[in-house]
Ligand binder design. Sequence first.
Ligand SMILES: Cc1cc2nc3c(=O)[nH]c(=O)nc-3n(C[C@H](O)[C@H](O)[C@H](O)COP(=O)(O)OP(=O)(O)OC[C@H]3O[C@@H](n4cnc5c(N)ncnc54)[C@H](O)[C@@H]3O)c2cc1C
Length: 83
Amino acid sequence: MGLAPSAEASVTPAFRPPERPCYIEGAWTSPRYGTAGYNLLLQPAGRVYFAGDWLSHEVAWQHGAFVAARSAVSALHQRVMAG
Ligand SMILES: Cc1cc2nc3c(=O)[nH]c(=O)nc-3n(C[C@H](O)[C@H](O)[C@H](O)COP(=O)(O)OP(=O)(O)OC[C@H]3O[C@@H](n4cnc5c(N)ncnc54)[C@H](O)[C@@H]3O)c2cc1C
């Protein structure tokens, strides 16, 4: 499954070993914060929610991972509570 074209265009890996499959992209990879691709990935794809340091304002830090995880869990919670 690939990303929408707008998301793919905004992903800029800092490091990508040539043997890695293209969708892994390598370490410290993130769509540019605040771009259309970034905002698209903040939205769930059906029942699938995305989270990770790469989907925060602090890529490559645990803080970013916590922020993104909390955001995804909060969105799930709201969805469940809404019925
Ligand atoms: C060498 C190094 C040093 C670092 N030092 C620091 C530091 O000092 N301080 C700091 O704050 N941060 C540091 N970081 C960054 C920190 O480790 C990350 O920001 C944090 O671990 C990201 O958490 P995450 O949950 O977003 O992703 P991850 O911790 O990468 O978790 C993602 C998980 O998903 C799993 N996964 C991937 N694909 C699939 C799949 N298809 N199916 C099922 N599971 C899958 C992976 O195996 C992994 O367990 C460092 C990172 C590295 C590499």
